[in-house]
Write a protein that binds this ligand. Structure first.
Ligand code: CP
Length: 303
């Protein structure tokens, strides 16, 4: 198998997505100690130009569990501060022997500037464009719950306009025949993502996915306090009680407790928020394996 950059969900066929989900599941039971062949020789670097806790440190965890040698790039002490471009920075890593890069950057589709790079890149988030590793962990969480995607009703609520998670999840879920609705303040409606009535959709949804307000991308609702936001657009206890019995809560996090979700609901029975984080580590191990061109584990029924 060839090495492959994983930049957007469009880089993966449906079959490849299912292979990654199966590999992630295998990492949680039968292959938990599995390491890449000759992993000790593989050098990887994590270049985060935006803050991150989950994505960054779950990639580090995945890399170390797979036996890779891993380093974290520090932009503030690098030659970026002397005006070096993103392309030239990434080219340095390629030139000095790194074989895999994980990059998060605030610019939408920053990777279009990196077409001359010949080592695989995993996109850890680009502006409001794409977040493929978050999307794959969301898919895994939904699959674990329902066993399929076909006909599952997913309601994505909040700052849709600035959300790369909404963009990647919509694209992938619709490919697998899930039904996706959006809701939130009218100001945050995004072209191609029409908003529906929140209170009606709460009772329709099998998955209620809440989004953080992305203040760092200019999202503001100056007229609303946190309490007002929660009561108008967030998951309150009253709305929670109207969710279907089997419905689950998801959130890519970080969570603003008491804004998009009542703080008592973050670890409620229906919440899968911390399960999503654990799944993130499993999915990122599978993505690294895929990016480095290692064949999928043999799936049940395919031997
Ligand atoms: N969900 C997510 O991308 O979280 P971090 O910004 O902490 O990585």
């Amino acid at each position: 198998m060839n090495k492959k950059s994983l930049l957007t969900m469009k880089d993966l066929t449906n079959e490849e997505i299912l292979e990654i989900l199966d590999d992630a599941k295998a990492f949680s039971y039968s292959h938990s100690d599995w390491q890449l062949p000759e992993s000790a020789q593989v050098l990887t670097a994590n270049l985060f130009f935006e803050p991150s806790t989950r994505t960054h440190y779950s990639f580090v965890s995945a890399e170390k569990q797979l036996g890779l040698k891993t380093v974290d790039f520090q932009a503030e002490s690098s030659s970026i501060t002397k005006g070096e471009t993103l392309y030239d920075t990434v080219k340095v890593f390629e030139s000095v022997g790194y074989q895999l890069l994980v990059i998060r950057h605030p610019q939408d589709e920053y990777f279009n500037e990196l077409k001359g790079i010949n080592i695989p890149i995993i996109n850890a988030g680009d502006g409001k464009g794409n977040h493929p590793s978050q999307c794959l962990l969301d898919l895994l969480t939904i699959y674990q719950e329902f066993g399929h995607f076909d006909g599952i009703n997913v309601l994505i609520c909040g700052d849709v306009a600035h959300s790369r998670v909404a963009a990647s999840d919509k694209e992938a879920l619709e490919r697998f025949n899930a039904n996706v609705r959006f809701s939130g303040p009218k100001e945050w409606e995004r072209e191609g993502y029409p908003f529906s009535d929140f209170d009606e959709s709460i009772e329709w949804a099998d998955v209620v996915m809440l989004l953080r307000i992305q203040k760092e991308r200019g999202a503001t609702l100056q007229s609303l306090s946190d309490d007002e936001y929660l009561s108008q657009y967030g998951l309150t206890k009253e709305r929670y009680n109207r969710m279907k019995d089997h419905a689950i809560i998801m959130h890519p996090a970080p969570v603003n407790r008491g804004v998009e979700i009542d703080t008592d609901l973050v670890e409620s029975e229906k919440s899968r928020i911390f399960k999503q984080m654990h799944n993130g580590m499993l999915v990122r191990k599978a993505m690294i394996k895929k990016a480095l061109g290692v064949a999928p584990f043999v799936r049940e029924g395919q031997e």
